[in-house]
Design a protein around this ligand. Structure first.
Ligand SMILES: *[C@@H]1O[C@H](CO)[C@@H](O)[C@H](O)[C@H]1NC(C)=O
Ligand SMILES: *[C@@H]1O[C@H](CO)[C@@H](O)[C@H](O)[C@H]1NC(C)=O
Ligand SMILES: *[C@@H]1O[C@H](CO)[C@@H](O)[C@H](O)[C@H]1NC(C)=O
Ligand SMILES: *[C@@H]1O[C@H](CO)[C@@H](O)[C@H](O)[C@H]1NC(C)=O
Ligand SMILES: *[C@@H]1O[C@H](CO)[C@@H](O)[C@H](O)[C@H]1NC(C)=O
Ligand SMILES: *[C@@H]1O[C@H](CO)[C@@H](O)[C@H](O)[C@H]1NC(C)=O
Length: 817
């Protein structure tokens, strides 16, 4: 008898095992009970009973079958657990899927009549009718996990709204306090709530991603999308390969994306939101701007001021900011562009998919309550229109992510923007101006006359001079050769330079060698020794001495004194340990040392130095030979303009001069100067523009070569600018350090400086402001001398010119006019 029973028992056990492992459906005859589960056809997901954490309650749930760590992705009876009893999931009377407890009560049911329920390979539990139509699916009722293929959002036709809701605790899958949803109000964005209060917003969808979730980027693990049609709106994703990934919402309100790492057999966090303080909803109040790079993180948007200074200063930012200048819609407002921002809350917005940005602007301008606009979809240069009414809420600024937004501004603010002022920058400019004026006064009081003086009491004793001059009640005399400057003794200079030893030679300037020396006190000096056969005659020498002795600016090299003895003429400068700019930017190994912030600092320094020469020093001075090798760098890499041998001073309101002797360096000379010998401050501006483009690109204008065309650096930069490809101009050595807005701005300013016509070039004061502001810049036109060929033709056709131009030396041309 036993022999008969046993095989029967075995075979029935066997058949149960087969069924339980192979079946993915629940029917009248196939249920989930006890340890019995159903498994999706491909074996990815399993459904059965489980008890979370330390809980003794039992829940019906779905988890990954192939993953060693039990990971629940969905719970059926999350609110009503099975207590102390086992349950059964089966099809009860009238064909209804139901979870029934030990005493026969229905604990949970989808409440639809369908003969079959199936666990799909996606992890979706579906109830189908006889014709295989889906009547109900678990994907419509997410818990805390968003699986691939699930939709986070709303179906406007059926009214179903799908969102994530956190568990109460790791022991209790009941609905917790946090929810994460895709809100279509205004324009779709994902919002995370805790206890119905906004915690985090991704910012609106822009065609590629969310402006406030820059970490969500195309990757090799999954694709993501936001679908927004008349019928539905949802955010969802699909896996690309075999890597398993899911999104969850934690009990404490953090949305996390996880990926399963097979090798270590654990889930690792791939992305998290919110990520930092600035992700906190409305952190800085209306019209506030959060920037994690600042401390404190909260500020007002540019041209806005705190609504209540007292509160703001005490760190209470909740009331945010208001416009510095109130709007005046009927007398004409305009818009200012703000770059790299997370777009404000779109629940107070309006959109149109077909408008262009221009139409968008017009539309916004017409409606006085429209506060800002931007492109709806940033793909392909931007399309559509997104408008905000009321205050701009929950904005933050990134260093290089984020989007552009155009904010409504009173027209007076727009005007200031054009000349380049802007909020904080305004103060900086004011400070700079004050500083310049200070330096100027210092320079004036130092103006002195050249006279023989004992080295002892004259050497480097500038403060002494100052005192002395004021004692004498010295007033500024008209510019002449009168100048007091420490006069060095030839033997002392010879000693300090090891008798002009070749080992001390720093280089060869336009008019003679430059030596490094060390005075007895240990001070390092640079000695420019005028060669006897140099073309810099006594005039030029005196010129330089007079010029530079009167100039005091931190971006100009400092003249310590001079030495005139017999045939010898020498200038003694402060020593610049870091040589000159060309030594860095044009050298492959050195260029890496000059990161972008340094370069931008240098560009600004040169600009300020030039501004001082052109405008702020009492003598208006045109340098005429601005080039990379004439920009010296001090120990902190501060730029100092040097070599004033060619400088010309202007008097009164003289704005342009003519010279028969064209001096300068090819590649840096403006067309009107090289061709007609006309020079003005604008010829320096041209050289400055060349210099800026060289600093950004790391390439020399002269001898620039590109395999695609015969343009020089200026032409190349112009071409890229026209095609919106200015990024390609940037020196590779800068890629890691560059702040794109600044770089692009510098290129733009550089191009404006090298315009063909002097009138089109900005003055140095505009340049300084342009570099420091965020305002719009005029379009650049085609630059002067943008092909190499042009230069030679323009500069005259003699073969002498062609050979002279082959090197980087300062040249002198007798004008052919
Ligand atoms: C179910 O599994 C648990 C733990 O693995 C075990 O203790 C129990 O005996 C099993 N019950 C049935 C009915 O197989
Ligand atoms: C659960 O079962 C235990 C032991 O069988 C019993 O002591 C307890 O009262 C039951 N709890 C409930 C809520 O039924
Ligand atoms: C089954 O559920 C009903 C209703 O919730 C409840 O009254 C009953 O006690 C439950 N039975 C068991 C064994 O838990
Ligand atoms: C099914 O219907 C019952 C009673 O109307 C309701 O309490 C329950 O929440 C419904 N279940 C689902 C999953 O909608
Ligand atoms: C600013 O805030 C402080 C503190 O909340 C309040 O006492 C004060 O009246 C406010 N000032 C204005 C101008 O609203
Ligand atoms: C401006 O836009 C708002 C929001 O769309 C609308 O309610 C209001 O009527 C508009 N005003 C005008 C003058 O068009």
């Amino acid at each position: 008898m036993e022999g008969l029973k046993l095989p029967f028992l075995f075979s029935s056990l066997f058949s149960i095992l087969i069924i339980s492992n192979a079946v993915d459906i629940i029917t009248k005859t196939q249920s989930v009970i006890g340890n019995n589960t159903i498994v999706s056809s491909g074996g990815s997901f399993e459904m059965g009973f489980f008890s979370p954490g330390n809980s003794r309650n039992t829940y019906l749930g779905i988890w990954y079958k192939k993953i060693s760590v039990r990971t629940i992705v969905w719970v059926a009876n999350r609110e009503i657990p099975l207590v102390n009893s086992s349950g059964i999931l089966t099809i009860i009377d009238r064909g209804i899927l139901a979870l029934v407890n030990g005493t026969g009560s229905v604990i949970w049911s989808p409440n639809v009549t369908g003969p079959v329920a199936q666990l799909m390979e996606s992890g979706n539990l579906v109830v189908k009718d006889a014709n295989n139509n889906i009547l109900w699916q678990s994907f419509d009722y997410p818990c805390d996990t968003l699986l691939p293929g699930m939709k986070l959002g709303k179906n406007f036709v059926t009214g179903i709204e799908r969102h994530l809701s956190s568990w109460k605790s790791s022991d209790d899958p009941a609905r917790g306090k946090c929810t994460y949803l895709c809100d279509p109000q205004g324009y779709p964005q994902n919002i995370l709530f805790s206890d119905s209060v906004e915690v985090f917003r991704t910012g609106p969808w822009n065609g590629l991603g969310f402006s406030g979730n820059p970490n969500l980027k195309p990757n090799s693990i999954y694709t993501y999308e936001l679908v927004y049609t008349k019928e539905e709106v949802y955010y969802g994703y699909q896996l690309l390969g075999s890597v398993v990934s899911r999104v969850t919402l934690s009990q404490n309100g953090v949305a996390q994306r996880w990926t399963w790492v097979d090798r270590t057999q654990e889930w690792v966090i791939y992305l998290t939101a919110p990520t930092d303080t600035c992700d906190t909803y409305k952190m800085c109040g209306p019209n506030g701007n959060c920037n994690v790079a600042n401390s404190p993180v909260c500020g007002c948007l540019s041209k806005f001021v705190p609504q209540n200074q007292t509160e703001w200063r005490s760190g209470d930012w909740s009331n945010g900011c208001v416009r510095r200048t109130t709007l005046d819609c009927h007398n004409g407002d305009g818009f200012l562009k703000y770059s790299h921002y997370k777009m404000p809350d779109t629940r107070y917005s309006w959109f149109d998919k077909s408008m262009t940005l221009r139409e968008c602007e017009m539309w916004c301008l017409k409606n006085c309550s429209c506060m800002a606009y931007t492109s709806l979809d940033i793909r392909g240069g931007g399309s559509g229109c997104l408008l905000w009414f009321d205050e701009l809420i929950d904005m933050r600024q990134y260093s290089d992510n984020g989007q552009d937004i155009y904010i409504r501004m009173a027209s007076s603010e727009l005007f200031q923007q054009e000349v380049g002022f802007n909020g904080k920058k305004r103060e900086i400019v004011a400070v700079t101006l004050a500083l310049l004026i200070g330096l100027l006064l210092l320079g004036v009081s130092l103006t002195c006359y050249l006279r023989k003086k004992k080295r002892k009491n004259s050497q480097l004793n500038r403060e002494g001079n100052l005192v002395q001059n004021s004692k004498q009640g010295y007033t500024d005399k008209s510019q002449n050769d009168d100048l007091e400057l420490p006069l060095f003794d030839l033997t002392e200079i010879a000693n300090s330079t090891n008798n002009f030893s070749i080992n001390n030679k720093l280089g060869e300037g336009g008019f003679g060698p430059v030596y490094k020396g060390m005075l007895e006190g240990g001070q390092e000096i640079a000695v420019k020794r005028l060669s006897k056969d140099s073309s810099q005659g006594l005039d030029e020498f005196k010129n330089e001495v007079i010029c530079i002795a009167k100039l005091q600016h931190r971006n100009l090299v400092k003249l310590l004194g001079c030495c005139i003895q017999g045939e010898e003429k020498m200038l003694i400068y402060e020593y610049m340990p870091n040589k000159s700019l060309d030594y860095f930017i044009f050298d492959q190994t050195q260029s890496g040392l000059l990161v972008w912030p340094k370069r931008f600092h240098i560009i600004n320094g040169i600009a300020r130095g030039l501004l001082y020469l052109h405008q702020d020093s009492r003598l208006r001075i045109i340098h005429r030979d601005l080039k990379a090798s004439n920009i010296l760098l001090d120990i902190d890499m501060n730029p100092k303009i040097s070599d004033f041998g060619m400088a010309r001073s202007f008097r009164g309101n003289e704005i342009e001069a003519n010279t028969k002797k064209v001096v300068g360096t090819y590649g840096y000379m403006s067309p009107e100067y090289a061709v007609d010998g006309l020079f003005s401050v604008k010829s320096d501006v041209f050289s400055f523009g060349v210099l800026v483009l060289e600093i950004v690109s790391g390439k020399k204008n002269r001898g620039f070569y590109h395999r695609d065309h015969h343009l020089n650096l200026l032409g190349h930069a112009w071409r890229l600018y026209k095609e919106d490809r200015s990024l390609e101009l940037i020196d590779e050595a800068l890629w890691d350090s560059c702040y794109l807005t600044e770089v692009l701005r510098s290129i733009h300013v550089g191009l404006l400086c090298v315009q063909q016509s002097p009138e089109d070039r900005p003055s140095m004061s505009s340049v300084v402001l342009m570099l420091g502001s965020e305002g719009g810049l005029p379009q650049a036109k085609q630059p002067g001398f943008f092909t190499e060929r042009n230069v030679l033709e323009a500069a005259g056709s003699s073969s002498k010119v062609a050979t002279a131009s082959a090197n980087e030396m300062t040249i002198t041309l007798l004008n052919a006019r």
